[in-house]
Write a protein that binds this ligand. Structure first.
Ligand SMILES: NC(=O)C1=CN([C@@H]2O[C@H](COP(=O)(O)OP(=O)(O)OC[C@H]3O[C@@H](n4cnc5c(N)ncnc54)[C@H](O)[C@@H]3O)[C@@H](O)[C@H]2O)C=CC1
Ligand SMILES: O=C([O-])CC(=O)C(=O)O
Length: 319
């Protein structure tokens, strides 16, 4: 079983690769990035990070080979490819500000990957996430079940972590659902949030829960404000969990950015929804009952993603 991570000389990509290696289910992780020139020197970040990570294997006890490269030939016959290539935002920017640069990167990277692994499954991480998933789907021409974006596991993990802190309860016992686009319009769903089966609304006051929902929506920005660049540990762990679910055919139920063709009344858009994830990619998009208010929030989130998608389409027309 072979996984490729593109952008793996950077923060999220290298963390995805390392999290996969530490889980020890894959034979090989190929870490692709571009070479970097500084004066008369050339550096190879993906090769350096792969070597550094491989050198932890005797200590951590994993067998997964980590191979850094700048050559897509080395990615041949990958079962799953994770795309983290692109620029991260800086303080004061929104994810949508990355649209123009990252859409070019994601499109070109996807085409290279498909040349060497025409049957692969693609997990997109680059932002703006929902539109970058659309770009990878269009560029790859793969079935929509094989192209998806990672955001929901991360956003739900933030929500669960904040709840665990507030309630002083293990994060493992908090189950939650969050839908919509990976932006400030995302939709955490308290009605579908439980602590070991107990509805969270019975355990926490409404104003505290509302504050946690708001903090979750801006969770990415909170980290950008603290570090000057965006997060990588939780995003890396989240993408690795998706890769594991697919490769081990776990049939896990996760929120991922999936292509909607009528589900939830939304068409031709990648948006975060719960899916069953296993061999072959998305086996099923799960349609949960939403009340009027929840559906309204989801529709607003879809509208925001569609407006970024329209901007991307316009960029393509003007090219
Ligand atoms: N979906 C999500 O929840 C999250 C998404 N992100 C996004 O992930 C992306 C990466 O973030 P970081 O790793 O922090 O950035 P980074 O700058 O540390 O790494 C990005 C890497 O992509 C590489 N790259 C650029 N163009 C490339 C190309 N054409 N081919 C191969 N590699 C190329 C760069 O050389 C760099 O090493 C950003 O767009 C960021 O917004 C970050 C966190 C969470
Ligand atoms: O906030 C960002 O730009 C990166 C990201 O998507 C996240 O951490 O949720």
């Amino acid at each position: 079983m072979k996984v490729t991570v593109v952008g793996a000389g950077g923060n999220v990509g290298s963390t995805v690769a390392f999290a996969i290696a530490e889980r020890d289910f894959a034979k090989e992780v190929v870490m692709v990035d571009i070479e970097k020139k500084e004066g008369d020197k050339t550096f190879y970040p993906s090769k350096g990070r792969a070597l550094d990570q491989w050198e932890t294997s005797p200590i951590s006890g994993f067998d997964t080979r980590l191979n850094g490269t700048v050559d897509y030939e080395d990615t041949k016959d990958s079962d799953v490819c994770v795309i983290t290539a692109g620029i991260p935002r800086r303080p004061g920017m929104s994810r949508d500000d990355l649209l123009e640069i990252n859409s070019n990167i994601v499109e070109s990277v996807t085409k290279e990957l498909i040349k060497h692994s025409p049957d692969t499954i693609i997990i997109v991480v680059s932002n703006p996430l929902d539109v970058m998933s659309y770009v990878a789907h269009t560029a790859s021409k793969l079935d929509s079940k094989k192209v998806m974006g990672m955001a929901g596991i991360l956003d739900t993990a933030r929500y669960r972590a904040f709840l665990a802190q507030e309630l002083d309860i293990s994060p493992k016992d908090i189950q939650a659902l969050l839908m919509g686009g990976h932006g400030d319009t995302m939709v955490p769903l308290p009605r579908y949030t439980t602590v070991a089966g107990i509805p969270v609304t019975q355990l926490i006051e409404k104003d505290k829960l509302d504050a946690i929902v708001e903090r979750t929506k801006k969770g990415g920005g909170e980290i950008v404000g603290l570090m000057g660049t965006s997060a990588w540990y939780a995003p890396g762990a989240a993408a690795a969990q998706m890769v594991e679910a697919i490769m081990l055919d776990q049939n896990r139920v996760f929120p991922v950015a999936a292509k909607l063709d009528g589900e939830y009344g939304i068409n031709d858009l990648f948006l975060g929804v719960p899916v069953k994830l296993g061999h072959g990619g998305i086996k099923e998009i799960i349609e949960v009952d939403l009340n009027e208010e929840e559906q309204h929030l989801l529709d607003s989130s879809a509208k925001a993603v569609r407006s970024t998608l329209d901007e991307f389409k316009k960029l393509m027309e003007d090219k």
